[in-house]
Ligand binder design. Structure first.
Ligand SMILES: Nc1ncnc2c1ncn2[C@@H]1O[C@H](COP(=O)(O)OP(=O)(O)OP(=O)(O)O)[C@@H](O)[C@H]1O
Length: 309
């Protein structure tokens, strides 16, 4: 569920490293309770954007507000409301899992409010991220995936209102990944926690995101639900069939009409009919290709194309 409260407001964000503009003009908003997935090719500037919103990196230009505050000037009470899961956490090898969470959680007690009790109870949190069996193990004894779960727990221990997760499921096995997805869905059930995550896993984005943002060439080139993004790509359905032993394939926005016409024209001669909807992967690849080639590929792919193979 989303309310109208704007939790993240980014307007005209620019970031230049040396003489290279990584972010040219980034604009988007996140509302309370939304899960936003930030996608984009390697080096597009996702981590840079997240670090700016976290207050870890100073931007070159533009306006950024996170929970009503410019992150460049975020104070401790503001920081307590923001949870951060980095790509890799510093090593706390000698600490035991629950002990570390209790220790880090203790810093948040001062920021407990009537409506949000801080920190999250360490044992409950350990259970929520599936580390109960490892609760008394030293961090250095954990596997890579178990450390990743601990990273997530560290990001959540202060019961943040907004959580930034940079590639949270990289290195997780399928069971742990599913567990993480359930954790995120549980967090957002109440509609209060806002989540902004980066991922290269498009099925994960499709599953978790209320909205998907695609960052490329220093700009947000797409912003919407997976279905809305797919609609931006003309020729989103692919229809395949065989007739008289020949294979055909056609991209179309009007698959029902095409199938109707095929049967009207050829009747039972049409065999092996398949209608394939664009996946988020198709949409993403097409958006990035369009942005990078600078061509209006949508217009081209919209032209009905029949390929005999
Ligand atoms: N401190 C820095 N100084 C100079 N250039 C940097 C710095 N940090 C990042 N960059 C450059 O900025 C660009 C964006 O990097 P960033 O890590 O934000 O991308 P990303 O989208 O998160 O990539 P990935 O998907 O590979 O994690 C890259 O070209 C990177 O080399």
């Amino acid at each position: 569920m989303t309310t109208s409260e704007v939790v993240v407001d980014v307007d005209g964000l620019r970031m230049r490293y040396g003489t290279t503009d990584v972010l040219r003009d980034v604009n988007f908003r996140a509302h309370q309770g939304e899960v936003l997935c930030l996608l984009g090719p390697n080096g597009a500037g996702k981590t840079t954007s997240i670090e700016i919103m976290e207050g870890f990196r100073m931007r070159s230009a533009g306006r950024v507000e996170v929970l009503g505050t410019d992150p460049a000037h975020g104070d401790e009470p503001w920081r307590a409301r923001v949870g951060i899961v980095l790509q890799s956490w510093r090593d706390h090898g000698k600490w035991r899992v629950r002990q570390l969470l209790e220790h880090l959680g203790s810093y948040y007690a001062a920021y407990s409010t009537e409506s949000i009790k801080r920190p999250w109870d360490a044992s409950q949190l350990v259970a929520a991220v599936g580390l109960t069996e490892q609760a008394d193990k030293k961090v250095r004894m954990l596997s890579g995936g178990q450390r990743r779960r601990l990273d997530v727990a560290i990001g959540l221990v202060g019961r943040p209102e907004l959580v930034f997760l940079d590639e949270p499921t990289a290195g997780l096995d399928p069971v742990a990944r599913r567990g993480f997805h359930e954790l995120i869905e549980g967090l957002t059930d109440e509609g209060e926690t806002t989540i902004l995550l980066t991922t290269h896993d498009l099925s994960e984005a499709e599953k978790l995101a209320d909205r998907i943002l695609v960052l490329d060439g220093g700009r947000i080139i797409a912003d919407g639900t997976a279905a809305e993004l797919a609609r931006q790509i003309a020729g989103q359905d692919e229809v395949r069939w065989t007739r008289d032993g020949q294979s055909f394939r056609q991209s179309t926005t009007e698959s029902t009409r095409l199938v109707f016409d095929l049967f009207k024209q050829h009747g039972e001669a049409i065999e092996n009919l398949e209608v394939r909807r664009a996946s988020l992967e198709d949409t993403y690849l097409s958006l990035v290709h369009q942005a990078e080639s600078g061509t209006n590929e949508a217009a081209e792919t919209n032209k009905a194309e029949e390929v005999a193979r």
